[in-house]
Design a protein around this ligand. Structure first.
Ligand code: GLA
Length: 432
């Protein structure tokens, strides 16, 4: 019997993606949104998809304080490969743009404590028209990526149909496991199937992928960010249970630092990606990023909310007629995060509420305003007003409620009276 139980436990674990990776949402940099399929190195040497671009970004990540905050993945997207496989049938990088091969890049990353991600596609071609990794190539390509010491694979789904995806995504998961190298696995599968059950099986995805794209591509505009936020909020009851340590919903890249978002909108994207426990892949030029955008992306408290070890994805708890929406995420140590988001386009809106109206239980809470660095104590029952900029957010880290201390008053050794105090500072007995 014991042998049987052990044997069945083993067969279950081999089905699951047991690479132990991404217990918190992965963080790093991904080429696509900002650099697309620019292969014109002759005219645009700084921005074309080439080893120099990834080396430049690795230098910035390791020298400008990003790596220490957790931004460690440097991920190649589409358009990296040569149009032909080599004589042994293996994918190979474009020799002009990647003269040192992918191995040179993985070494460069690993020497600096960074990781390298690569991109493949389940169909005959990638979305950009480069060679894909259809069924019969899965094993050889997984092996090649492991041989190059790659740390993550984004496996896209262009040019493949539902039946192929159903076989291919689990097969790639197995093939990556079989290489013996821990390789983070990002699946675009659900995005190609509308992102919702019954077509999408989130239980299975959690077993075979570390993260997955649920929805369409993000673009460099506020409209696009809003569209993503709305889809994820509308479908949150399906998406939230799918997420947890090692398995994340991916609303796509952070576009902060580019051309389409104001500072308020950038804070909104950062805050809501933290609430959603989303992977934080920046797609921006780290060589020229403004100090404003950088300080949003490097905000330690937002990052720690995103990286909370409990790994519970947050939710929209209120959608008011006045254009205010409130988001909440439970965090470890009984703490939580609150985001008050304004969809308005007129002027800063003074939103009045109280913690008890936002479902907080009785108690006194320490509030830390993530973007202004201000702290205050707040009782659940006290009404407060926050001013929220148009298309902006106010974000709070809310500590666990202070313990209610039972205080007793003594006079001449005799008990005179007692009362409850709401915060720790008053925890000493008082002698009159
Ligand atoms: C798809 C993906 C994008 C990007 C492009 C590359 O559209 O969703 O994230 O990888 O392909 O061609």
């Amino acid at each position: 019997m014991a042998v049987l139980v052990l044997a069945s436990a083993l067969s279950v674990t081999t089905l699951a993606l047991d690479n132990g990776l991404m217990r918190t949402p992965p963080m790093g940099w991904l080429a696509w949104e900002r650099f697309r399929c620019d292969t014109d190195c002759e005219h645009d040497p700084k921005n074309c998809i080439s080893e120099n671009l990834f080396i430049d970004m690795a230098d910035r990540l390791s020298e400008d304080g990003w790596k220490e905050l957790g931004y460690v993945y440097v991920n190649i997207d589409d358009c990296w490969s040569s149009m032909e496989r080599d004589e042994q049938g293996r994918l190979q990088p474009d020799p002009k743009r990647f003269p040192g091969g992918i191995h040179k890049l993985t070494r460069y990353m690993h020497d600096r404590g960074l990781k390298l991600g690569i991109y493949g596609d389940m169909g005959k071609h990638t979305c950009g028209g480069y060679p894909g990794t259809p069924m019969e190539k899965i094993e050889i390509d997984a092996f090649t990526f492991a041989d190059w010491e790659v740390d993550m694979l984004k496996y896209d789904g262009c040019w493949s149909n539902a039946t192929e995806q159903e076989q291919g995504y689990p097969l790639m998961s197995k093939a990556l496991n079989a290489t013996g190298r821990p390789i983070g696995y990002s699946c675009s599968w659900p995005a190609y199937q509308g992102g919702l059950p019954p077509k999408v099986n989130y239980t299975q995805l959690g077993e075979i992928c570390n993260l997955w794209r649920n929805y369409g591509d993000i673009q460099d505009s506020w409209d696009s960010v809003l569209n993503v936020i709305d889809w994820f909020s509308k479908n949150q009851d399906v998406l939230i249970p799918a997420a947890g340590p090692g398995q994340w919903n991916d609303p796509d890249m952070l576009i902060i630092g580019n051309f389409g978002l104001s500072m308020d909108q950038s804070r909104a994207q950062m805050a809501l990606w933290a609430i959603m426990a989303a992977p934080l892949f920046m797609s921006t030029d780290l060589r020229t990023i403004s100090s404003g955008a950088r300080s949003i992306l490097q905000n330690k408290i937002v990052i720690s909310i995103n990286q909370d070890p409990m790994g519970v994805q947050g939710r929209r708890i209120l959608k008011e007629k006045n254009g205010i929406e409130v988001f909440w995420r439970p965090l470890s140590s009984n703490a939580s995060a609150l985001v008050i988001f304004s969809r308005r386009n007129d002027m800063p809106y003074r939103y009045q509420t109280s913690l008890s109206k936002l479902n907080y239980t009785t108690g006194s809470y320490k509030i830390y305003d993530v973007f202004t660095d201000k702290t205050m104590m707040l009782k659940d029952s006290t009404d407060f007003v926050v001013s929220v900029n148009p298309t902006g957010v106010v974000m709070w880290y809310v500590s666990a409620p202070a313990k209610r201390n039972f205080l007793q008053f003594y006079k001449g050794g005799k008990l005179q009276g007692s009362f409850y105090a709401d915060d720790d500072e008053n925890a000493i007995p008082i002698f009159l």
